[in-house]
Write a protein that binds this ligand. Structure first.
Ligand SMILES: [Zn+2]
Length: 331
């Protein structure tokens, strides 16, 4: 058993309580590589922000769970080396789909896990989440559960249709499972293609997707005052990155995300964790494509991964400062 406490990580309990009170959200950035980890830590240290580094099943398959855990351990030490005395870094399992995978992560240094039973019938979702919570809480590990289904594709999570969270279920669900935070579905979705152009309205030449269901969010908040709410699938798909990718040989069609002003609005509510994955992928790919197109004779990965890392860091800082408002919230 490796406790996250030995690794210098923290769980989400205190940081969520402060975020809900303070009207901001903690960034939850997915990571699969050392460069993403470095960019996340540099951005968090420079902005003095708490941060959640999350690992999906796809990340574990790609990079190996042991390596990712040690990268997260390295992240804490790296943050200290960069001058942050008491970094607040969470290592979180994104979309755990079984008790076993959650237990394995808890036993191996994760400070927070998500159990995603949202695709199951209600009672089965409750039972599974409760089982994970009972195990996790013995070790002070926090648990995120999900009600409602997000559409889209993210690693191995895939659903054709979304189902908004039913506000009438949230009290029963939170009480019976004992979960520490609740992921809800109010119109965000996974991946870089969240909306088709047909679903959007054209405003000043820009495709604007339908707004998030803030009425449902308000109903949920009224039922569970102060309870930490999580938004998945909240990349904004910056069009300049999509254009760079396409300009340098890519073929991304009509990639549309969640407008940042809506995420800013959500951050001010009980939404205290916002998941961003696709934007980091886009930032990395745009920089790599541009660099390789402009420097066709270069072949040292360090040459093209450095601008990729810098571009991701710039994006993370922008999210922290201008969208989520988690800057200067350490301590
Ligand atoms: Zn997700």
């Amino acid at each position: 058993m490796i406790s996250y406490k030995e690794l210098g990580l923290v769980n989400t309990k205190e940081m969520f309580a402060k975020a809900v009170k303070g009207g901001y959200a903690i960034p939850a950035f997915n990571f699969n590589t050392m460069e993403q980890m470095q960019a996340i830590v540099q951005a968090a240290v420079e902005t003095k922000s708490p941060v959640i580094m999350q690992v999906s099943k796809g990340a574990r398959n790609y990079a190996n769970g042991t390596i990712l855990r040690n990268l997260a351990k390295g992240a804490v030490e790296y943050a200290k080396e960069l001058g942050c005395e008491n970094p607040e870094i969470v290592l979180h399992l994104d979309h755990g789909d079984s008790f076993e995978i959650c237990k394995e992560c808890i036993d191996n240094g994760f400070s927070s896990v998500m159990i995603d039973g949202s695709h199951l019938p209600y009672e089965e979702n409750v039972a599974l989440a409760k089982k994970v919570v009972e195990y996790a809480h013995q070790y002070d590990v926090t648990v995120e559960a999900e009600l409602g289904v997000l559409a889209g594709v993210e690693d191995e999570v895939c659903a054709a249709e979304s189902h908004y969270t039913k506000p009438e279920e949230v009290i029963d669900f939170a009480t019976r499972t004992g979960c520490d935070s609740l992921a809800i579905s109010i119109g965000t979705s996974h991946g870089a293609h969240k909306f088709t152009p047909e679903q959007c309205t054209l405003v000043n030449g820009v495709l604007v997707p339908p707004p998030l269901a803030f009425d449902i969010l308000a109903e949920i908040e009224a039922k569970l005052p102060g309870f930490p709410i999580v938004l998945h699938g909240s990349s904004s798909v910056p069009q300049e990155e999509v254009e760079t990718i396409n300009q340098y040989g890519g073929a991304l069609k009509a990639a549309i995300g969640i407008p940042e002003d809506q995420l800013r609005q959500a951050s001010k509510s009980a939404v205290c964790k916002i998941n961003i994955d696709s934007d980091s992928r886009l930032a990395m790919t745009a920089a790599v494509r541009k660099y390789l197109a402009e420097n066709p004779s270069h072949f040292d990965p360090r040459q093209y991964l450095k601008p990729a890392r810098d571009n991701m860091k710039k994006m993370y800082i922008h999210k922290i400062v201008n969208v989520l408002g988690s800057d200067n919230k350490l301590g």
